[in-house]
Design a binder for this molecule. Structure first.
Ligand code: NDP
Length: 477
């Protein structure tokens, strides 16, 4: 028994993660339900490092040094439970099971509790970066016990992505399900980022009249500034790609129905449970689902809309600059909402998550990696108890500078009939937060009228009810 780590589940993610460990000098035991995958890995990549191929669960566990570190990279959900059931009886107290799949954090909490009773550390771990990241350095978000991180941390730091300043993109996020929770919100923010970029694209196309190739160039320019990020970079690549079969822009030959695997939806479902307004992320999830309703869209094509007015060249260029402002301001809002959800989850489950550290480990390896995350980290470093990212001085100032353009872009979108739910939700959130008074006072009055639900007053403590059906005098509730 000499492997420092084992990986079971050798589809794209598990295979690349195992190779990443091996390339970093670790001896890696590898196992897969279907043994052919295990042998294929060793045959193809055995020269990259030291692998121990195991055909059975028993062989696999026997190959691991103690305390054992066993990574599961299988389909999330029931397959993960099946694999845990198979391996747990073969393990001993002190051993660690690391689940690197996209598990729901509630499942992770349950699994951690059950395994803790047996003395086994269950480390639910978010891994972002896709196939490429798994091989060359992902962003890693481990939960689980502090003790398990002491043993695993150095290995994860080695295989993780490194931020521009050289620091590893991994941190002990918090106990039990904290890592998978943070990975979930990461994906929700990813949905929002993608939606906002999509809206910017459509505005540049439909309102400013630019071609996909021209928009690719605009994105390339943006990528040299404060929007510098992986998603903006790949957007330019996708937009400049030409379909070989038709000679048309690739983006024009792809069916415009977005699919999803569920982590964005979870982010919104959990936000509803926690009472956190993540309107930008929710709009991104809804936009994907709306796009998929082909029959509904077909039946609605004839509905009336405004006629778009073509823009002149200089007007279009000025508009593109405004869209950059709107995109940046909306992005600040969606990160504000995502970090609020992490703070709320941390509070609810007692995780004590360091928000600055989360921003820090998203700087490299993951899909939302961006220069922007350095600034989020700086904001939390300067003030760990920041009530919201919008309260940070730098972000507040940037939004102040962007807001006129942000509003103009939305006016243009409305006037031209271009749907921009992400930009609009972000601006509504911003305006609602800064409002002196909200119509929630009226809502409370209505609730008291029809349901005697009571209200509080601005000038006195206590709860009150107005006798709406009687003489409308006020009583203390
Ligand atoms: P898949 O999600 O496609 O899962 C395939 C693997 O699961 C195979 O090794 C398969 O074994 C195994 N498996 C399925 N059912 C069972 C079972 N009942 N018992 C034992 N093994 C089973 O693989 P991916 O590599 O795409 O993803 C792995 C995990 O990583 C998933 O949880 C995914 O959500 C997550 N993830 C994926 C990312 C990506 O970009 N793809 C990014 C980040 C996380 P067999 O070969 O025998 O069928």
């Amino acid at each position: 028994s000499s492997a420092q780590i084992g990986v079971t589940g050798l589809a794209v993610m598990g295979r690349n993660l195992a190779r990443n460990f091996a390339r970093n000098g670790y001896t890696v035991a590898v196992h897969n339900r279907t043994a052919a995958r295990t042998h294929a890995l060793v045959e193809e990549f055995g020269h990259e490092g030291r692998f121990i191929a195991a055909e059975t669960a028993k062989e696999f566990v026997a190959a691991l040094e103690r305390p054992r570190r066993l990574v599961i990279m299988v389909k999330a959900g029931e397959p993960t439970d099946a694999v845990i059931e198979e391996f747990a009886p073969l393990l001993e107290p002190g051993d660690m099971i690391i689940d690197g799949g996209n598990a729901h954090f509630a499942d992770t909490r349950r699994r951690e509790r059950e395994l803790r009773e047996k003395g086994i550390h269950f480390v639910g771990t978010g891994i972002s970066g896709g196939e490429e990241g798994a091989l060359n350095g992902p962003s890693i978000m481990p939960g689980g016990s502090k003790e398990s991180y002491e043993s695993l941390g150095p290995m994860l730091e080695k295989i993780s992505a490194k931020a521009a300043d050289g620091s590893p993109c991994v941190t002990h996020v918090g106990p039990d399900g904290a890592g998978h929770f943070v990975k979930m919100v990461h994906n929700g923010i990813e949905y929002a980022d993608m939606q906002l970029i999509g809206e910017a694209y459509q505005l540049l196309h439909d309102v400013a009249g630019y071609s996909p190739a021209q928009i690719a160039d605009i994105f390339r320019t943006w990528n040299t500034g404060r929007l510098d990020s992986y998603l903006i970079e790949i957007t330019a690549e996708v937009l400049s790609h030409v379909d070989a079969a038709t000679g048309k822009p690739f983006v024009d030959v792809v069916v415009d129905q977005a699919e999803q695997k569920g982590t964005g939806r979870w982010t919104v479902q959990i936000a509803l449970d926690l009472g956190v307004p993540v309107s930008g992320i929710a709009e991104a999830v809804f936009a994907r689902s709306l796009s998929g309703h082909a029959a509904l869209r077909e039946a609605s094509r004839g509905l009336a809309g405004p006629k778009a007015k073509p823009m002149g060249e200089s007007e279009a260029a000025a508009f593109a600059d405004r869209v950059e402002q709107a995109l940046y301001a909306s992005k600040i809002v969606s990160y504000t909402q995502g970090f609020h959800e992490i703070a709320a989850g941390s509070e609810e489950y007692g995780w004590d998550i360091d928000l600055g550290a989360v921003a820090s480990i998203w700087r490299g390896g993951c899909i939302i990696r961006a220069a922007f995350l350095d600034r989020i980290r700086a904001a939390y470093d300067a003030r760990p108890d920041l009530p919201s990212l919008l309260s940070d001085e730098t972000f507040g100032r940037e939004i102040a500078e962007a807001q006129d353009d942000w509003r103009e872009v939305l006016i243009a979108a409305v006037r031209n009939g271009v749907p921009t739910p992400g930009f609009a939700a972000a601006l509504a959130y911003y305006d609602a937060l800064r409002a002196e008074r909200l119509p929630a006072a009226l809502t409370q009055g209505q609730r008291d009228y029809f349901g005697a639900h009571t209200y509080r007053r601005t000038d006195r403590e206590g709860s009150f009810h107005t006798l709406w059906g009687g003489d409308r005098s006020e009583v203390s509730a």
